[in-house]
Design a protein around this ligand. Sequence first.
Ligand SMILES: [Zn+2]
Length: 392
Amino acid sequence: MSGDILLDATDELRKEIKRRGGAYGDLKDPLGDGNFFFAPMGEHLLSCLEFASKKICPGHNIKLRWMKDNRLNAFAYTAPDTPDSFIGINIGALYTLHDLFMRMMCDGDFLPTIGNSALETVESAGIRFLTTNLPSELEKFPAVLPKCEIRACYASYAFSVCMDFLLFHEVTHIANGHSRVIHELSGDRHISENATPIQSEKHFLRQSLEKDADCGAIGWVFERMEFAAAHLKPVLKRIKDSPVSNPKFKNPKLLAMKNALESPAEMVKLASFVTYAFFRIFNWRDWDVFDRFKLSHPEPPIRQAILFSNIASRALRARENGVAISDDDIFQMQAVEECVARLLKLKVDPSGIVSVYKNSLYLEHLKKLDAAWSEIRPRLEALKLHDRPLEV
Ligand SMILES: [Zn+2]
């Protein structure tokens, strides 16, 4: 595993964000896992990679680097003869996603029960596509922070969960044998996260690998949240048992983590909010209704719908086992959609998952993806490097 993913661009970014008041850099992280700050995101992702190399791709050596090439969002590469894999993520994801979640929590109408939402004023839209030209972008779109510290910390944790999703998506490409399938299909050894036209008849197969990577990633994201929740529990209990004067009662990070992780219902809310918002901001181009089937990646609304269905099934299974999760916890996309639409000054749900479920072409697309995934599933089961069953 590489211990060197913090390129100078990260320092540059860190300095700029801090200079503009965009990070609570001088507060200590109560859990010590680096989830809260922009600056240690590299270290946090390295700890995720360590988890990946133990649990998801045992024996594999995964390296991670930030990329400054605007033509690529991210990619995964697996070497043919050695257990070496390589993941690249566009450095712009750090700024764009940090900015997205901070701005969303600046909107007091969004998740109003977290912290003191009455303090917030809606910030103007600053969400940009992935950018590698950080100083110039930051000049145009200065960093913003929610005024309530609890909301700022919640936004930071949402950012961290989103980065986990991104990383585990790439890890799943490596862990579930996708590289091998892609190599057989096209001769390529890398999987690139840019929707490109696929000439062969195999575009649904190619898209079903993206579906597999999204569903695999969300499974690992939940596992990491449950792990963090297990560590949080005794900390919260200790605080509860100690005198009320204990200053930790007011610790914004602990209170934000409590909001994010104190019950399975909160984790479901967080995971669905993060993944929905992530794909929503990348749904910026006009998709060609006839060509969408021929691309390497399903359109963002389709991916939102797939993830929503995965998270909802997970929640319903938990509910059958007696875990308290309400319909409101599961079906809260409208609130996320309204918040992102306010920020981006868009009409509510021009092409989000509500549209997917009302559109026969989209529904047909979902069905074909399901069929392609079922067809490739036995091959992926044989190739995958971990014990967890594949899920959709
Ligand atoms: Zn992918």
